[in-house]
Design a protein around this ligand. Structure first.
Ligand code: GDP
Ligand code: MN
Length: 346
């Protein structure tokens, strides 16, 4: 039965068949969510589904983060949806404010400019803090000190399929550092300098690049050498906190942060996590959770009904069952460019 999961989820990139160490201690892992009090109904939707599909069987704690105190209503309603322990944490002010090397005038210009050209939430100050926190601070929160693994959950997302194995044990026992289930092209106007800044990092710190790193799938084949803007859609991610806390990721985050790209541009945590993982982790330690049916906003990933108990519409699934389908967006065709790139042009 161990092999079943390997087939369902496998990329065929692992050298050996994944297995589960059923006898080892439970991983120190948590479901984490940065969320506002006002997003309680959406969070309850996400929690209900993930609890039903998975966590009621495994009881991993939930840790909620907020830049403001959580309301009593928020605490009562969320704790009521799970028998696992819930923690309610405030993000330290110094993790959610403008660093002193940022020029405020230049930041204001960027808010105005990205707002005017219609880059999503480009005008929101809080969105910049959020992207920066998700890039370089979430794993530094004191509450996570005793944890090794996280699964990020957002309000208003959907989990469609029964997940009948311990995802965190799977990650640990197979030495997976990062798991995703969507790989998309996002609006590159939000990070015009990200790639040149990343290249300069690579030149300055070649020793930090993993010898088995594979960046090819992130490079534009038509304009070789440029970033193709593919990114793991980071509202879903299951990861190794110790990877993020490690020297390579930290040095890279600081390099980007010092350049001001979170405020002069709108660097997102999705491309940053993607580039970091691609540079510092061998591809065999990155996992495509194709068995976890999921939806965020208009993007849905739905595995085939034949191999999983899923409640999403199988007609959205192509024969290779990794197609990303933008719903309610007829002008936007399903785009599997990035996942094909990742899987090796198959
Ligand atoms: P999008 O998915 O890129 O459109 O961004 P979202 O608006 O969904 O924000 C990403 C995550 O950060 C979600 O979990 C939000 O609940 C959370 N978030 C965004 N801004 C704030 C904020 O100002 N305060 C708090 N507490 N959470 C936020
Ligand atoms: Mn979102």
């Amino acid at each position: 039965s161990n092999n079943k999961h390997a087939e369902n989820t496998g990329l065929g990139l692992l050298k050996s068949v994944p297995s589960f160490g059923h006898h080892s201690a439970k991983p120190r892992a948590a479901l984490i969510s940065l969320v506002r009090n006002s997003e309680l109904p959406g969070l309850m939707q996400s929690m209900r589904q993930l609890e039903f599909q998975w966590n009621r069987k495994y009881n991993y704690p939930w840790i909620f983060f907020n830049d403001e105190p959580f309301s009593d209503e928020f605490k009562a309603a969320t704790q009521n949806l799970t028998s696992a322990k819930c923690y309610y944490e405030i993000v330290p002010k110094e993790h959610w404010s403008l660093p002193d090397w940022i020029d405020e005038g230049r930041f204001m210009n960027s808010l105005e400019y990205l707002g005017a050209i219609g880059v999503g939430k480009g005008w929101m100050i809080s969105y910049r803090h959020m992207c920066r926190w998700n890039s370089g601070f979430f794993y530094k929160h004191p509450r996570l000190k005793d944890f090794d693994w996280y699964w990020r959950v957002e309000p208003d997302v959907h989990f469609f399929c029964d997940i009948d194995y311990d995802v965190f044990r799977f990650m640990r026992d197979n030495h997976i550092k990062y798991g995703f289930n969507m790989n998309i092209l996002d609006d590159a106007r939000s990070f015009p300098s990200l790639w040149s800044r990343t290249r300069s990092f690579i030149n300055a710190h070649p020793e930090l690049i993993h010898p088995d790193a594979d960046l090819d799938w992130l490079l534009d084949s038509h304009n070789s050498g440029d970033y193709n803007n593919c990114q793991f859609f980071s509202n879903f991610e299951i990861g190794d906190l110790n990877f993020f806390r490690g020297e390579a990721n930290e040095r890279y985050f600081d390099w980007l942060d010092r350049g001001g790209g979170f405020y002069y541009e709108r660097f997102g945590d999705a491309p940053i996590h993607t580039l970091s993982v691609a540079m510092f982790v061998p591809k065999s330690e990155i996992w495509f959770f194709r068995d976890i049916g999921y939806q965020h906003d208009i993007n849905r990933h739905c595995p085939p009904q034949s191999s999983h108990r899923c409640s999403c519409d199988a007609t959205h699934v192509d024969e290779n069952f990794y197609r990303l389908v933008p719903l309610e967006s007829p002008q936007k065709k399903p785009d599997d460019t990035c996942i094909r790139q990742f899987l090796g042009g198959k």
